[in-house]
Design a protein around this ligand. Structure first.
Ligand code: AMP
Length: 207
């Protein structure tokens, strides 16, 4: 007898612009999680007609948010010149949020070269990296090496070339870099040492 499978057929996310937001479907993949969180009132900190800003569910710093466009843009590769106004708006909103939550603290606003989650998202992250969810070398290097692209650089790239093309392989190698303090560049042997060391820097005010 032929074996039967209970596995549900894979279904793709569908664009649906009835309210501007991509709709989630019953069968979800883990990398589609942001599309659920975008509607979660517990996570949402701000929204307007173009952008939603949510708390990162696994924050890697004391303040860590994600700004997402309401229109369906899967990733950096999907960006076109016509999105420049939107990207600039996302950055402006990000700066407003940073100002609102802690106007004295240093923040960065940007994108991972190779994001793990689908749907374009700009990180708004304070530079203290003070969070229990920051655990691995991969986490650290994704926010402190060139793997993290400032919004400004992405905007410049799009303005200049009309697209954003990043060499995935090259960026993935950066995640294996030795651990280094992002402030004083001291080499640290492991994550517990690094986390202990970065406490010695003062993040309470902008330098
Ligand atoms: P990346 O795709 O590498 O740019 O980062 C994805 C970010 O999304 C990470 O900082 C995660 O902590 C965060 N994250 C993962 N799942 C969720 C979720 N369901 N809701 C909100 N944030 C999430």
């Amino acid at each position: 007898m032929a074996a039967t499978s209970n596995a549900k057929p894979k279904r793709k996310m569908k664009d649906d612009d009835s309210d501007g937001l991509p709709k989630k479907k019953p069968t979800q993949y883990w990398n589609q999680g942001l599309l659920s969180s975008i509607d979660d009132p517990e996570l949402r900190v701000d929204a307007d007609d173009k952008v939603v800003i949510i708390r990162d569910k696994y924050p890697k710093a004391k303040f860590h948010f994600l700004a997402m466009p309401k229109v369906n843009i899967p990733n950096l590769k999907s960006l076109k010149r016509e999105h420049l106004v939107l990207l600039k708006h996302m950055e402006t909103k990000g700066k407003e949020i940073a100002q609102r939550f802690d106007s004295r603290r240093q923040f960065r606003f940007g994108y991972h070269a190779v994001p793990s989650m689908s749907h374009l998202h700009m990180h708004i992250i304070s530079q203290d990296f003070d969070s229990p969810s920051l655990k691995t070398k991969k986490h650290w290097n994704s926010f402190t090496t060139e793997y993290f692209h400032d919004s400004e650089d992405i905007i410049n790239m799009l303005e200049k070339n009309g697209r954003v093309e990043l060499d995935t392989k090259k960026y993935q190698e950066l995640l294996k870099n030795p651990l280094k303090c992002h402030v004083c560049l001291k080499d640290l042997p492991n994550m517990p040492n690094l986390k202990q060391h970065i406490k010695s820097h003062d993040y309470s005010s902008k330098k």
